[in-house]
Design a protein around this ligand. Structure first.
Ligand code: NAD
Ligand code: UGA
Length: 434
């Protein structure tokens, strides 16, 4: 099929590339000229494992193209995907300005039989509003479908190629048939293609993210409780997870969830609820607990150093909001960095992929180390924010030699407290007795 993918960010680029890989002819469009020029030269502007190879392969086979020219991409497309950003407004509602701009740009060039497919996460009613706007802009009915995306950064290719389910919100059999055909290669026999109304599809995306966020805030609150009551959250997680009604996933305690989606989607769903007169008590609590959890390492630092942080040198391992990505949007590490700088600390940071993005934000306010051990040189303590594989099995003796004081604040529970004691570290983690 001929496809236009509007927006070549994390979702658009991954989706477009994977769709090309199953034989479709895909043109990715972006308003960011630099991004498109780099892609045309085979350079992938984001770090996502496996993506660069797949982009280069499909571009070379002539079925993946990049352009800033919306008209060129849309004119021949049977499916026009919208995968532009839907960030948060100040009040928590979703900012749909990128979507509206994209709708205006595609409208004059749509084929009469094209289906516009909304992949961006957008509030209930957006699909209908896009239909209304396209009717006004084109003077005819345009087919608009919702197709929320459930991929995770760091595992995006695999998630796209092997989805647990495909959800589509459609109003016409034509849209359903086209999408069913498009996704047939991805659906193993036991994985469903679920059709529903666009409103239900829009809600499904928010409800999924809100439930996953709820699990994380819940386990973080329980971890904090474990610390006070001298329990161990790892044992508790094992104790509850074997109950198949509960399970193990998304119940890892930490420094709070970050990323471009959970925080904004929980707030946007709360905003939707308020607008229809419902008080979103659960969603507000999930957000509040998460905002609080982003300060958990700072609170432990303050306790360890009796509130005297000024003049300390603190090393940070892990800046991306999760491993296997360079994405730092709403990353808990940024909250910690801001607090440490405000308290008068010197901050030395390392991340395998996100250093460049952090440097663009903080410039010379931080010391950027190209290896984990270099970040420790002369530091009074280490804080771990992201569970990159590189941090899981470090040379503890060398770490002790590099650190000025052998103190670790581990926000991802990477090590065993007993092992750390044996190495002579003062070791703080989440929800476990030191
Ligand atoms: P992103 O910021 O990485 O990418 C969006 C891209 O769209 C940018 O490159 C931007 O330049 C481009 N753009 C904006 N307006 C445009 C226009 N008029 N024409 C062409 N390009 C335009 O965002 P993302 O992370 O890919 O998220 C996109 C959407 O997908 C959001 O609604 C998000 O909630 C949703 N989503 C994201 C993920 C994820 O893991 N990042 C997963 C599922 C769903
Ligand atoms: C999340 C969802 O998992 C995807 O299904 C969804 O498509 C996507 O949001 C989206 O809508 O954008 P993503 O944000 O890429 O994906 O990454 P996750 O693996 O979900 O992690 C999100 C945050 O939660 C990270 O900061 C991570 O460290 C944290 N987390 C996750 C925990 O603290 N504990 C856990 O047990 C799991």
């Amino acid at each position: 099929m001929k496809i236009a993918m509007i927006g070549a960010g994390y979702v658009g680029l991954v989706s477009g590339t994977c769709l090309a890989d199953t034989g479709n002819e895909v043109t990715c469009v972006d308003i960011n000229q630099d991004r498109i020029e780099r892609l045309e030269q085979g350079q992938v502007p984001i770090y996502e494992p496996g993506l660069a190879e797949l982009v280069v392969r499909n571009a070379a086979l002539g079925r993946l193209h990049f352009t800033i020219d919306t008209a060129e991409a849309v004119r021949s497309a049977q499916l026009v995907f919208l995968a532009v950003g839907t960030p948060s407004n100040e009040d928590g509602s979703a900012d749909l300005s990128y979507l509206w701009q994209a709708v205006e740009k595609i409208a004059p060039h749509l084929r009469t039989d094209a289906v516009v497919v909304v992949k961006s996460t957008a509030p209930v009613g957006t699909n209908q509003e896009i239909s209304n706007r396209l009717r006004k802009l084109t003077g005819r009915e345009c087919d608009v479908a919702s197709n929320p995306e459930f991929l995770k950064e760091g595992a995006a290719i695999n998630d796209f190629q092997y989805p647990d389910r495909i959800v589509v919100g459609v109003r016409t059999p034509a849209a359903e048939d086209k999408l069913r055909e498009l996704y047939a290669p991805y659906l193993r026999t036991d994985k469903p293609f679920l059709t529903m109304t666009p409103e239900s599809a829009e809600l499904t995306k928010y409800v999924a993210n809100a439930l996953l966020s709820t699990k994380i805030s819940f386990i973080n609150e329980m971890a904090n409780l474990c610390e006070r009551l001298k329990g161990d959250i790892n044992d508790v997680r094992r104790g509850i997870g074997h109950d198949r009604r509960i399970g193990f996933q998304f119940l890892f305690p930490g420094v709070g969830y970050g990323g471009s989606c959970f925080p904004k989607d929980v707030r946007a769903l709360a905003d939707m609820a308020r607008k229809v007169g419902l008080e979103p008590r659960m969603l507000d609590a999930v957000d509040t607990v998460n905002n609080h959890q982003k300060f958990v390492l700072l609170a432990k630092l303050k306790q360890q150093f009796s509130d005297k942080l000024q003049g300390l040198t603190i090393a940070i391992w892990g800046l991306a909001f999760k491993p296997r990505t360079d994405d730092i949007r709403e990353a808990p590490a940024l909250v910690l960095i801001d607090q440490l700088l405000a308290a008068g600390c010197k901050v030395q940071v390392h991340d395998p992929e996100a250093l460049k993005n952090v440097q663009a934000l903080y410039g010379d306010k931080l010391l950027y180390a190209t290896s984990p051990l270099d970040a420790l040189e002369g530091a009074d303590a280490l804080c771990i924010n992201t569970e990159w594989g590189d941090f899981r099995n470090p040379d503890f003796d060398e770490m002790k030699r590099r650190l000025r004081l052998p103190i670790i604040f581990d926000g991802r529970n990477l090590y065993e407290p007993e092992t750390m004691r044996e190495y002579g570290f003062v070791y703080h983690s989440i929800g476990r007795v030191p």
